[in-house]
Design a protein around this ligand. Structure first.
Ligand SMILES: NC(=O)c1ccc[n+]([C@@H]2O[C@H](COP(=O)([O-])OP(=O)(O)OC[C@H]3O[C@@H](n4cnc5c(N)ncnc54)[C@H](OP(=O)(O)O)[C@@H]3O)[C@@H](O)[C@H]2O)c1
Length: 239
């Protein structure tokens, strides 16, 4: 059976890397997109359409991802065994006391709620499917520990804790939950080229490895420098 990876935040720099990794490992991709423009952006940055099914959903709504899961259950979308979630946004306003309530809520809604809604909708589905070695991977950023990046950093702190809870609650399930903690800059291939930063294609190696390593469960996989992409640095999130 060909496995499928559901990628939430698929059109971003990191999402494109997750899609590329899934395709390279001969898996199919179910990519959540906002609309057709987003879907076109995805195909442009991934470079192929084959193996990718797109589904439009509002990741910020509490029902958006649940509707995707319901369609997969009903056979209207491919069944999936893996999830990579990487919805995010940036607001660098500093100092944070200058941030409006609506701007604060906007970042928390996009970066925290969307990833949580994806988690809440998909985990019961993966458990029900009972496939051995399903995976759930959450992207987080080192901004959350650095004290810079304003509310973007605050949102990362919430994601670190979400990952802790998820590692504990999935310790005895069929889901290998892991967090990828990234401290380097990753951009689409076309952007990375001119900037000398890591490309989505290169970063894809990291997820390829996570998919192939059943020993990595309940871990933070840290990418602090480019070499860490392939030589995985991981430790258990919880003692
Ligand atoms: N890139 C890096 O170097 C880096 C480093 C450390 C941590 N991270 C973390 O990784 C995550 C993703 O980063 P990225 O660079 O891939 O970000 P990105 O390129 O901006 O992509 C973010 C994703 O979230 C979606 N999104 C944003 N706002 C949305 C909204 N209002 N409604 C629906 N979807 C929305 C985007 O969809 P559209 O394409 O439709 O806008 C896209 O799929 C973030 O949490 C970031 O903090 C990234």
């Amino acid at each position: 059976m060909i496995e499928t990876v559901l990628v939430v935040g698929a059109t971003g720099n990191i999402g494109v890397a997750a899609v590329k990794a899934a395709l390279r490992t001969k898996r199919h991709v179910l990519a959540v997109v906002r609309n057709q423009t987003s879907a076109d952006k995805l195909f442009k940055h991934v470079g192929v359409r084959e193996g990718i099914t797109t589904v439009e959903a509002d990741v910020r709504s509490e029902t958006g991802l649940q509707e995707v899961v319901d369609k997969a259950k009903a056979g209207k979308l491919p069944a999936f065994q893996h999830v990579y979630s990487t919805v995010g946004t940036m607001d660098m306003t500093s100092p944070i006391q200058n941030l409006s309530t609506s701007a604060f809520r906007e970042v928390m809604s996009i970066a925290v709620e969307s990833n949580y809604f994806a988690y809440r909708a998909t985990v019961p589905y993966l458990i029900d499917q009972a496939k051995e070695d399903s995976t759930w991977t959450l992207m987080t950023g080192a901004a959350g520990t650095s004290g810079w990046a304003g509310v973007t950093a605050v949102a990362q702190g919430a994601l670190f804790s979400l990952a802790n809870v998820a590692c504990r609650e999935n310790a005895k399930t069929n889901i290998r939950f892991n967090e990828v903690y990234l401290a380097c800059r990753v951009d689409y291939d076309s952007v990375a080229e001119g900037k000398g930063v890591i490309s989505s294609s290169k970063f894809a190696d990291n997820y390829e490895q996570i998919l192939s390593r059943p020993d990595i469960k309940g871990c933070r996989v840290s990418v602090l420098k480019p070499e860490d992409i392939e030589e995985l640095k991981f430790e258990k999130k919880l003692a």
